[in-house]
Ligand binder design. Structure first.
Ligand SMILES: C[S@@+](CC[C@H](N)C(=O)[O-])C[C@H]1O[C@@H](n2cnc3c(N)ncnc32)[C@H](O)[C@@H]1O
Length: 268
């Protein structure tokens, strides 16, 4: 296997930081070496120096997308951090009681789709018995995971977090080991690529709830500030931002009120 020199690694880190706000740092050298090796072979390149040259010369921007697909960490699962979904249900039910029928939810780092499909199940269950206009926008920087989102197919083992009742209602078995989202589950969802580092974001909002979980951990304070300012701009008055349990808004300028750990309300 070709060697990834410190110099080339540092240049790649700089490009990744500039393009998507992710600080790879020293510790990811081995990971990038291994994962990019496959990309080199696919391109028929002999060494990482050639890869860097190819990346810098690529004016289409396609290779940076490929690079981000290769190095991004997409770990996720259905009903991850379940208290957030219980809270979403409460928020929607409160709004329904108050007469609201139009709901907009944004899932800002959708990964392979488990989080947006969970949102679709929970939101639709919460709105049962009401005629609502529900839309869920799911975005991610990686085109690879967005393809998985669109496919909406998951192996049995990945479905473990979904109860038998919910599976029966919203999923169909399409093979010994494979499940596919039913049309009714897909209906409110739209998947599209969005780089959280490129502001202002093109959506107009306002959103009732923004799920931005387990992505800011990869950004430095400038990147986190950008995401939070944009989420604040796109949320409606008193509406809700949910971040990952291991994330917080510490050190960031904002007008949110923390209503419980990792749950924030736009405060004006
Ligand atoms: C660990 S996953 C989190 C998935 C899900 N939100 C959850 O909590 O289970 C992080 C996701 O953030 C995405 N990501 C990383 N940098 C990004 C950026 N600059 N803009 C948009 N998405 C980004 C990655 O592609 C990845 O799918």
């Amino acid at each position: 296997m070709a060697t990834l020199s410190r110099k080339v690694y540092e240049e790649i880190c700089q490009i990744v930081y500039e393009q998507c706000g992710i600080n790879l740092g020293e510790k990811k050298h081995a990971l990038v070496h291994g994962r990019l090796g496959k990309r080199l072979r696919a391109l028929g390149l002999q060494c990482y120096e050639d890869y860097l040259e190819f990346l810098l010369e690529d004016e289409s921007g396609d290779e940076i997308v490929q690079l981000l697909d290769v190095i991004s960490t997409n770990h996720t699962h259905f009903f991850r951090e379940p208290t957030h979904f219980e809270f979403l249900q409460e928020v929607l039910q409160k709004k329904l009681k108050a007469g609201n029928r139009k709901f907009r939810i944004w899932c800002a780092a959708a990964s392979s789709g488990e989080e947006p499909y969970t949102l679709s199940m929970v939101a639709q269950e919460a709105c049962l018995g009401y005629e609502v206009d529900l839309r869920i926008l799911a975005t991610d920087i990686s085109t690879k995971v967005l393809r998985q989102c669109l496919k909406g197919e998951y192996e049995e083992q990945k479905m473990a977090g979904i109860s038998a009742d919910l599976r029966k209602k919203w999923w169909k078995k399409i093979g010994d080991d494979l499940w596919s989202a039913k049309a009714s589950l897909r209906k409110p969802l739209t998947f599209t690529r969005l780089n959280l580092m490129e502001s202002p974001y093109p959506m107009s909002g306002p959103f009732d709830v923004v799920f931005c979980r387990n992505v800011m951990i990869y950004f430095d304070i400038h990147g986190r500030q950008k995401v939070i300012s944009e989420a604040q701009r796109l949320l409606g008055t008193n509406d809700i931002l949910i971040v990952g349990h291991s994330e917080s808004l510490n050190g960031i300028n904002h007008d949110f009120k923390m209503i419980k750990p990792s749950v924030y309300q736009r405060n004006y």
